[in-house]
Design a protein around this ligand. Sequence first.
Ligand code: AOS
Ligand code: ZN
Ligand code: ZN
Length: 386
Amino acid sequence: MTAPSAVKAALTTQSIETPSWAYGNSGTRFKVFAQQGVPRTPQEKLQDAAQVHRYTGVAPTVALHIPWDTVDDYADLAAYAGDLGLRLGAINANVFQDDDYKLGSVTHPDAAVRRKALDHLLTCVDIMDATGSRDLKLWFSDGTNYPGQDDIRARQDRLSEALAAVYERLGDDQRMLLEYKLFEPAFYTTDVPDWGTAYAHCLKLGEKAQVVVDTGHHAPGTNIEFIVALLLREGKLGGFDFNSRFYADDDLMVGAADPFQLFRIMYEVVRGGGFTSEVAFMLDQCHNIEPKIPAIIRSVMNVQEATAKALLVDRDALAAAQSAGDVLGANAVLMDAFNTDVRPLLAEVRQEAGLDADPMAAYARSGWAERIVTDRQGGQQAGWGA
Ligand code: AOS
Ligand code: ZN
Ligand code: ZN
């Protein structure tokens, strides 16, 4: 096993970004169950994010979603975040919500719609300039529902053209993270359906274009850690949208459905030298039926637990077993780390940082949940599902 002191030191360098939309009401296409006390403004979402950071100590940044987090002055919002001990993180563009986008956004057959979508993406870079955000996260709902509906190759050309225009606009320290998703809302073709398509576009664009892996965006049984290993090897893994899936893009709490998969992913991150600020660890989740702030605290802890286990893998013993062709021995090294209860170690990490050993309990005791129910009336929906 790797020395606990080295694991603890590494854990203190990790930060996990929480998404503004996870603090708002969300649901399915069947029903949004409104919760009491949810934020009404971007500022209130930041207040809730500050609670997550306060009790975990590792969630200092918050991803915004435009237009759900539209404000008059983004520099002011960044200053407000600063006052709460936070920074603004990735800017998530939204080119999927308007009627105009029925047949696509940047891949739409009509040039006027493509222009509108591109203008939104460029506006998002303006916002990044004001917020000091490094990353623009691009997810396109673009695709088709029926064979023959549109030309698959032409849509790739249109996508490529838009991405190049956005890339051109990026500042020296800014990046674009291209997200892929197998299907939904398009059911026949999706224009960025898999890591290979995202990788091909990013490779052509240059170093500032990186692939983002949303753990919920794959077919059942996909070996996500293989994709992670490969992208890291190629220097093209920009970050993660963490969440859990049972069936499709369920957006449940990361590590809830398959903690072993999360461990395997984090092991490849550690193994591939991806445990740096170049790989953004972001959550992309919705909390439809569970209380939101505790769910986000739990999610952050789940990522930390998987990371601690990945850091504990005895890499020398693993390499020795692998080169000796000792199949069961190598597997045992990995499983030993996975089966270690890292909760006491994480409790120590927190106490050494001056935090409560148990973030869930500390938040529950804080009275914040009761306070927001009293103070906030008419909470805002995150953005979808009305
Ligand atoms: C959509 O399925 C994606 O996961 C995106 O990351 C999306 O922008 C995010 O869920 C916020 O809507
Ligand atoms: Zn996502
Ligand atoms: Zn998604």
